[in-house]
Ligand binder design. Structure first.
Ligand SMILES: Cc1ncc(COP(=O)(O)O)c(C=O)c1O
Length: 486
């Protein structure tokens, strides 16, 4: 029989091109500080540089890599630059990248235990490790009533938690009959917008997501929460769920989880704790106090893809009562039936999230934890917090600037005292310069700059340089303001 025609990459070709790609990534890491952090292209630039039609014939791999360098790189914002201080970090690391590559190489789809037992069991195991690494309550362990699962994002985790809370509060009838418009949930005015989206998707409705007021530190006021729950109950509504945040996106505010948890206990409401970025800090015992009260939570999540050096996407989500989650999300069509599932001896993670299919994400998390060890992770987290605190101190000491919120960990919210226009100008100039990337928020109606320290490779010299550049631009902005108002 003649050889069948094939267009596939052979293992030898894969080896050669694979080495070239790994070399390219290593070189990229070495020269990353030479690129403008924020991509400087204009809308449509990248598409205009790409051929209008797909290739009829396959192209050599070298040509692909040349185009990555020439056409794609200019349109990349360098999240992995140590001068990236925007939003919250979205970290990659050597072990994270290699774990992800292995996951792609194995190409496993782990929807059921039986579709790749290692995919399920490694995940359960690593999430149990993290319970002790973060000092979370034992009820989240798979050996107790709970267990952990890797979701794509904190948004999906919030949606799953809200659905489970909704089902528990309606005795598992709203999945069958739909929502009646009387189910209410609670978050603060500072809670991440993913909760609003979750309320839309869960059929609760945005108007039935009560946004509770916050105190001067942007943390939820528990007494306002208690009042709103009483009001809703008196109106014949069905409260079901509260989201408390450990480290809000806007200003890193810490909701008082314990007081919120006690209110939830009193009214039998599902408490979800969203620690998307700041949860990583709990690796260090000295920062665990932000978690006080988490023992009252029904679910908890944090994103190793933010601050724990694990490539996007990787959200760790735990529940205290896995039965409630599974009862909410489980559907078993005939074509997925199998002996392992029927035996009840295994976890089928498709029942723990929205989608059916799932990647082998725990490999990269396992690699990260094993490469750094708890000691290595703690070292870098402490370093980032120290650098942010140093930056906050510089801001405090400079009469032209002020802190706009407490800086409990690695996010500093600050502003130039000249007002919104000056702050906008400083930020725009810095970002256009490519030297660093900062983003903003609004606190008490005022435009506020955010410096988020957490990129894998950020060191003292990067934060020092950022402060130098901020002061330079402030100087120029001050000059411009003085020229207009002499
Ligand atoms: C506190 C908080 N919750 C949720 C999210 C949403 O994260 P994800 O992109 O994983 O959905 C963020 C993102 O920054 C966040 O800061």
């Amino acid at each position: 029989m003649p050889e069948e025609k094939s267009f596939h990459m052979t293992p030898d070709e894969f080896r050669r091109h694979g080495h070239a790609v790994v070399d390219w990534i290593a070189d990229y890491q070495s020269r990353i500080e030479s690129f403008p952090v924020l991509s400087q292209v204009k809308p449509g630039d990248i598409r205009a540089s790409l051929p209008a039609s797909p290739p009829a014939k396959g192209e050599p791999f070298d040509a692909l890599m040349r185009d990555v360098e020439k056409l794609i790189l200019p349109g990349v914002t360098h999240w992995q630059s140590p001068n990236f201080f925007a939003y919250f970090p979205c970290n990659a690391s050597g072990p994270g990248i290699l774990g992800d590559l292995l996951s792609s190489g194995l190409g496993v789809q782990g929807m059921l235990w039986s579709t790749s037992p290692a995919c399920t069991e490694l995940e359960t195991h690593v999430l149990d490790w993290l319970v002790s690494m973060l000092g979370l309550p034992e009820k989240f362990l798979s050996s107790k009533t709970g267990g952990g699962v890797i979701q794509d994002t904190a948004s999906s985790a919030a949606l799953c938690a809200l659905l489970a809370g909704r089902e528990r509060a309606t005795q598992y009838t709203s999945n069958k009959k739909g929502c009646d418009g009387r189910i209410v949930a609670y978050a603060s005015t500072q809670t991440h917008s993913s909760l609003e989206k979750a309320a839309m998707i869960a059929g609760i409705g945005v108007e039935n997501l009560r946004l509770i007021e916050v105190d001067q530190n942007f943390a939820m006021r528990p007494e306002a929460l208690a009042r709103q729950i009483e009001t809703d109950k008196l109106a014949g509504l069905t409260p079901c769920f509260v989201c408390a945040t450990v480290g809000t996106t806007s200003s890193n505010a810490m909701d008082p989880v314990k007081q919120i948890g006690e209110i939830c206990r009193q009214h039998n409401l599902w408490l979800h704790v969203d620690a998307a970025m700041s949860g990583t800090a709990a690796l260090c015992p000295e920062f665990r106090h932000f978690h006080n009260g988490v023992e009252l939570a029904d679910s908890y999540n944090f994103n190793p893809h933010k601050w724990m050096f694990t490539n996007f996407d990787c959200n760790c989500f735990w529940v205290a009562d896995r039965k409630a989650l599974i009862q909410t999300l489980s559907i078993l069509p005939e074509y997925l039936r199998n002996q392992a599932t029927e035996s009840g001896a295994v976890i089928d993670y498709r029942d723990w999230h929205i989608q059916l299919g799932r990647r082998f994400r725990s490999l990269k998390l396992w690699f990260v934890i094993r490469h750094y060890g708890v000691e290595g992770l703690q070292h870098h987290i402490r370093q980032h917090v120290k650098l942010a605190q140093q930056f906050a101190e510089w801001v405090r000491k400079d009469a032209r600037f002020e802190l706009a919120a407490p800086a409990p960990l690695n996010l500093v919210c600050f502003r130039h005292k000249s007002g919104d226009t000056a702050n906008q100008t400083i930020m725009d100039r810095l970002n256009r310069s490519g030297d660093l990337f900062l983003t903003h928020t609004k606190l008490n109606g005022k435009l506020t700059l955010r410096l988020s320290v957490g990129q894998t490779h950020t060191q003292a010299r990067h934060v020092e340089r950022a402060w130098e550049r901020i002061r330079e631009e402030a100087e120029k902005t001050g000059d411009a303001v003085r020229a207009h108002h002499p």
